[in-house]
Design a protein around this ligand. Sequence first.
Ligand code: NAP
Length: 248
Amino acid sequence: MFELNGKVAVVTGCDTGLGQGMALALARAGCDVVGINVVPADATGALIAEAGRRFRDIRADLRTAKAAVLIGQVVASFGRIDILVNNAGIIRRADALDFSEQDWDEVIEVNLKAVFFLAQAAARQFIAQKSPGRIINIASLLSFQGGIRVPSYTAAKSGVMGLTRLLANEWAKHGITVNAIAPGYMDTNNTEALRADPVRSAEILGRIPLARWGLPADLAGPIVFLASPASAYVTGHTLAVDGGWLGR
Ligand code: NAP
């Protein structure tokens, strides 16, 4: 039910952090993996090779790259695509009163615009190859909550949850499921500033029922579930993987 042998998965931003953890989990479940990264994802490639699967690394900046070209490169590498994980994301922190247009535009381009156009290009390929595809977008607790000092991030991640629902509705008739994972507070580059601030760090930790920061490995089960036949009747859902934060 959770087995993905022979499937081709694309994971954006998998040189580090949650993307690396999910790419490795998908490889261990049987997938060959294509990464889309700004910098070489050599460490990820080595881990996937250890798992006995193939890895291709496409170099691209999602602020400017054309999604159709990227998906074309995936198909040229492995002949098909079965799973798209829209993971790459950035965050910019400043008070809303001071927030710059550049910090707005860059976050929306990577975290929302690229998510939509990669999903569109992947869905066109799923339909052309006549196979049920899986799209998993990486949302956030800020898809559900407002947060502070991250206006473009909250707008983008709230948009990702809505877009996940819309695409699930439109593409169900093609056998494509579209879901999202909303990670909680995870120990990656994205939260470096928060973890370095002793006051914010203690506040956050004190509110997490499972009483620890999440790790990339905590997304392994959820990503394999949403990519596999085990979740065949799940679509349009955003799954929080947050140590209990939202239930508090
Ligand atoms: P991360 O370690 O900063 O990873 C982000 C990834 O996105 C990196 O691979 C990064 O590449 C890539 N990326 C950034 N800008 C890009 C661009 N223009 N084109 C292509 N790739 C780009 O942070 P993470 O925590 O693993 O984040 C992964 C996802 O989870 C993001 O969508 C983030 O918003 C989301 N998330 C994280 C948390 C958390 O607590 N950490 C919570 C909720 C949601 P480089 O390594 O080259 O920068």
